[in-house]
Design a protein around this ligand. Structure first.
Ligand code: ACM
Length: 263
């Protein structure tokens, strides 16, 4: 199975252009599963809930999901992409999972970061892996990486590949913790981070790039540069993520002692 990330620089508010750029980049390589950054079609730094509501889209009717569905059908690929989802009077920092046969699912970020807490509603969907015809993926968004419970829950429920759309801003941290999330759960992890910066509403953020694909033992299989627009694709065997043994005596899931773990 070929898995890949798209690392690029969305321009704030230029939804059509951002969708086009991401699709153009995915078109440059062949992958079975693509991961795009968090909020890839809108940009990140909103200054009000009204502004966010104006750019957020219903799923699957909105232009971002529709364009990805079209790409997915033509390329025979699954795409996991971060976007702003409007659902009635709620708005989520979400991800859609689309495949050649249609919408597979959605995820709504449960651990909001910084000013996201001012504008977005917190995620309200369970952490359920999605089945891509025999391979299970789990979706988590950016700051979710700081909460090991997110990856653990997805892995315990069968996820073999963690798909991690991101807009990481703390240098090196998400890249490090996703290696640990992969290692401690014996799963693959694909982080698609963005690059560039945004300065809006008196705040300025730089995004750290270094998108990466990590193997179940924590090895970095591929990592992008901190600043370039890049796609990266690696051939993986997702079966490897079903084996939780680290020594002949230790199986990471069988050895858990949940009776000792608190809330
Ligand atoms: C983040 O969660 N976008 C840092």
């Amino acid at each position: 199975m070929r898995v890949g990330y798209v690392q690029f620089e969305p321009r704030f508010g230029e939804v059509k252009r951002n969708i086009g750029r991401a699709i153009e980049m995915m078109g440059s390589e062949r992958a079975d599963l693509w991961v795009l950054p968090e909020l890839f079609s809108t940009g990140y730094l909103f200054v009000s809930r009204e502004e966010l509501m104006g750019l957020a889209e219903p799923v699957p009717e909105g232009p971002t999901t529709q364009a990805l569905l079209d790409f997915s059908r033509k390329a025979n690929a699954t795409v996991v992409a971060g976007l702003a989802e409007r659902a009635g009077d709620k708005v989520y920092n979400a991800a859609v999972i689309v495949g050649p046969a249609g919408l597979i699912g959605r995820y709504r970020k449960i651990h909001l970061f910084g000013k996201e807490k001012l504008w977005f509603d917190p995620g309200d969907l369970p952490l359920e892996p999605m089945d891509l015809g025999g391979v299970k993926i789990g979706v988590m968004i950016c700051f979710d990486h700081f909460f090991p419970e997110t990856a653990r829950t997805l892995a315990l429920r069968g996820a073999q590949i963690l798909c991690h759309p991101a807009n990481l801003v703390l240098p090196g941290m998400g890249q490090l913790s996703m290696r640990v999330r992969a290692m401690e759960n014996r799963v693959f992890a694909v982080t698609a981070n963005r690059i560039g910066g945004e300065a809006r509403g008196g705040e300025e953020l730089r995004f750290t790039g270094e998108s990466q694909i990590v193997a179940p033992e924590g090895a970095v299989l591929l990592r992008a540069s901190p600043e370039g627009e890049e796609v990266g694709v690696v051939e993986i065997d997702p079966e490897k993520a079903l084996d939780k043994r680290v020594t002949r005596y230790n199986d990471l899931f069988a050895d858990r002692r949940p009776e000792f773990y608190g809330a």
